[in-house]
Design a protein around this ligand. Structure first.
Ligand code: ZN
Length: 793
């Protein structure tokens, strides 16, 4: 396969214990930046832009929910532009027509390259003619006109650098036309990707070139990264089934095209999840969809400032509040609503919010089973794990079984604790108690437990984390730790809210110290990607003339809005998320590989989260917490006592938390390992009850919102826990004694970030740690003692 599956975002961080991840991973992404401003009722920032002046009364109503432009209060530590970057930032001026037209031209150019290479006689297949061209590739025009001169690696790099920004618009553009065009372009790229990956002529050219390279003695002279490139490109062909007879290859092409369309549809439903308008002026005529409605009494216990952000309307003679399924709206209900029936209704609505995706799940799982069979892999999981660190589906099952067995006793104990609280409360309030812990009880009693045992008040902690203080503080920490500096620039972007930076080596005095571009799109808008994630839009690489092409990484998030009485505040979890996502940004900036194919986060999928998971640890270090906090009224940092409580809360009820992760991972691996379809709604609910130890009543189709299984992370959810093992090892071995020490930051840059995927991840780990990785630190972290038996890796 020559091309990646369109733009691969780096996934939102793995959910933390205080964020319920009912139902899934994109849901987890919501949780990740769980801030109140991400509600369809509460994003009038964009409404104001589109509302014509004669609708003043409606605007006034909406102003009650208006978000002050809180972003203007955020000043990212940066210097003003002093040196001109050696590469200008890209323009973001495409029209909808441009997006589709350019994508089509780009596909045609790439096809021309493959036509030329596929037609080479075997004797002419060489390193330069097939794999890596020696001609410099500078820009789009060169690619469009001269592309047939390129070899595969350069053509692939050019293709990505043109199509990835075009595919990105679908997540961030305020224009529906542009978003739709971008989605269409993404579909074209996915289809072409399938076509390209099935080219037998190109595969045969690769094999011939490899043979010629080895017989001529050139192989030994190639660098390990160059050898790796050849190995990977040939493996891609083998995994695409190019060793199969023609009829089977044709079947495969058909199945893969169908699969990518179904997955695209599944993903699209996520982005449109709460959209009830399209940015047009008639938004107020359409009733909100994707909400669950409650009376004021139903919402007993939910903080007043949260309720004031809900849309209030009259139903008959009753006033009701519409609560959207966005995390900042719905999660306070899970966490604070005292009435169990309110939490249950909220949970069942939330869990079922993407039931539209249920038939799509069945469809793509069936297609994957067929594809694995054609490719002669025992299961889809075996196919998917082959290029990863874990290598086989059975390796995943073993890892999860082992982890579940270790966690179960801890989880059962946690459940008893929470049930004790529930029993007491139900007795006090005269409510029946049936001895069960339900899924809608978990977050509520988990919070109560933390409050009673630790006296830790989330809302109080939040007061110490104003967005305008935390975001710059985090940026400052990264700049100092990794020896870089940000300079503000003002070029074109996809939206005026986006902040742009050129990133430089700390001591750069000329253009040679340029690292790349970082874009931060931090605030909610209608129809914007509603979670938090990082897109590595451009990869870095060395061009054929020896000059560098520089990367661009963009963070898309949905930070808090201010309320009339308080500035925008972040929960501690949100702080952790921001820190995590910035970790991906720096992975995308500080990699220094020769080939774009190995740049930054293009590492094995079961390793990609490890660096960011490691960096989450900073948010649990007293020294760092002090630096990042400043009470919005007193400007005091968090007190040592409060910091102590936050740190203690990290592993409270850790058994139940990790068992939930094991549930997601086991569902994912089971549906990708079984040979037959089944009722996935029942499987989802049964596995949850058995593994994560919480009951539910009505089986809800939560698999419809389990975003990971659609594409990219399928048969890969285990990776979050798996990579956490490496994250813990890296942190405790290198950083624990000095998390802000630039010398350790440099080691991290030089041994992990720099190499990206250009060598085996295990090699990078060993180089960084000074020994092979193990799970001791992870288990010690979970259980507080040295592990006697390491989890299988
Ligand atoms: Zn992540």
């Amino acid at each position: 396969m020559a091309l990646r599956n369109a733009l691969q975002r780096v996934h939102p961080k793995w959910p933390k214990r205080n964020m319920l991840q009912w139902g899934g991973v994109l849901a987890v992404g919501v949780a990740a930046v769980g801030l109140r401003s991400i509600t369809s009722a509460g994003i009038p920032g964009s409404f104001r832009v589109v509302t014509p002046p004669n609708y003043t009364s409606i605007v006034n109503t909406l102003k009650a929910f208006s978000r002050p432009r809180s972003f203007s209060a955020i000043t990212i530590p940066s210097t003003s532009m002093a040196i001109t970057p050696p590469q200008p930032p890209p323009e973001w001026t495409h029209s909808a027509e441009d997006v589709v037209k350019l994508t089509k031209e780009c596909i045609a150019s790439h096809r021309a390259v493959e036509d030329k290479i596929g037609a080479l006689p075997p004797s002419d297949c060489t390193y330069e003619s097939v794999f890596v061209s020696s001609r410099p590739t500078d820009d789009i025009i060169f690619f469009m006109i001269s592309s047939p001169q390129l070899a595969l690696e350069a053509a692939e790099t050019e293709f990505e650098s043109i199509t990835e920004p075009l595919s990105f618009y679908q997540n961030v553009s305020p224009s529906k036309a542009l978003r739709d065009a971008s989605t269409d372009a993404d579909g074209l790229v996915r289809d072409y990707n399938v076509e390209s990956s099935m080219r037998l002529d190109v595969f045969q050219a690769k094999l011939a070139a490899e043979k010629n390279i080895k017989s001529s003695g050139l192989w030994e002279k190639l660098s390990s990264e160059e050898q790796r490139l050849i190995d990977k490109m040939i493996l891609e062909g083998k995994r695409a089934g190019l060793g199969l007879p023609e009829a089977e290859r044709n079947t495969l092409t058909k199945l893969q095209k169908e699969l990518s369309q179904v997955c695209l549809e599944f993903d699209k439903n996520f982005n449109e999840e709460n959209v009830n308008i399209d940015g047009g002026i008639f938004f107020w005529l359409i009733l909100p969809q994707g909400v669950v409605s409650f009376t004021k009494e139903d919402l007993d216990g939910v903080p007043a400032d949260v309720i004031s952000g809900y849309t209030k309307r009259t139903e008959g003679s009753t006033e009701v509040y519409d609560v959207t399924f966005k995390t900042p709206d719905i999660f306070p209900v899970f966490k604070f609503a005292t009435r169990p029936e309110t939490r249950q209704k909220a949970y069942e609505g939330h869990e079922s919010r993407l039931k539209i995706n249920v038939p799509l799940v069945e469809k793509f799982l069936g297609l994957r089973r067929e594809i694995a069979k054609v490719l002669k892999y025992p299961t889809w999981a075996d196919y998917r794990t082959e290029p990863k660190m874990v290598k086989t589906g059975q390796g995943v099952v073993d890892f999860l079984d082992d982890l579940e067995a270790k966690l179960k006793p801890v989880g059962l104990k946690d459940r008893e604790t929470l049930l004790g609280l529930k029993k007491k409360e139900h007795e006090e309030r005269g409510l029946p108690f049936d001895g069960n812990l339900y899924i809608w009880d978990y977050r509520y009693y988990d919070r109560k437990f933390i409050e009673t045992s630790l006296e830790l008040d989330d809302m109080l902690v939040k007061e110490y984390f104003p967005v305008s203080v935390v975001v710059p503080a985090i940026m400052q920490i990264y700049q100092s730790l990794l020896g870089v500096r940000f300079e503000t620039i003002n070029g074109s972007t996809w939206h005026p809210d986006v902040q742009q930076f050129s990133v430089w080596e700390k001591d750069a005095t000329d253009a040679s110290g340029f690292i790349g571009y970082c874009y931060l799109d931090l605030f909610p808008r209608e129809s914007k990607y509603s979670h938090a994630a990082v897109w590595p839009i451009l990869s870095g690489y060395t061009k054929a003339d020896g000059k560098r092409s520089y990367p661009l990484a963009a963070m898309v998030a949905n930070l808090a809005k201010s309320t009339p009485d308080k500035p925008a505040l972040m929960r501690h979890d949100d702080v952790v998320t921001f820190f995590h996502e910035m970790g991906h940004v720096f992975h995308g900036l500080l990699s220094q590989t020769k080939f774009a194919k190995f740049h930054g986060t293009k590492v094995a999928r079961d390793f990609v989260e490890a660096p960011s998971q490691m960096l989450e640890n900073w948010c649990w270090e007293p020294e760092v917490l002090t630096k990042m906090s400043s009470h919005y009224q007193t400007q005091q940092a968090l007190s040592p006592a409060l910091i102590d409580k936050i740190i203690k809360s990290r592993y409270v009820n850790v058994g139940l938390f990790y068992l939930r992760q094991v549930f997601f991972a086991k569902f994912d691996i089971k549906v990708h390992t079984d040979q037959e379809a089944e009722d996935y709604t029942l499987l989802w609910n049964n596995l949850r009850e058995k593994i994560s130890l919480v009951k539910s009543e009505k089986p809800c189709p939560g698999q419809g919102s389990f975003g990971h299984i659609s594409g990219g992370y399928d048969a890969g959810y285990y990776g979050y826990t798996y990579s956490l093992v490496f994250a813990s090892d890296m942190y405790s071995t290198v950083f624990k004694g000095g998390p802000l020490d630039p010398a350790r930051g440099k080691l991290y840059r030089d041994k992990i970030l720099k190499y990206g995927g250009s060598r085996e991840e295990l090699d990078s780990l060993e180089d960084f740690l000074g020994r092979p990785p193990n799970s001791d630190a992870f288990l010690k972290e979970l259980f507080g003692t040295e592990a006697t038996v390491s989890a299988s890796l």
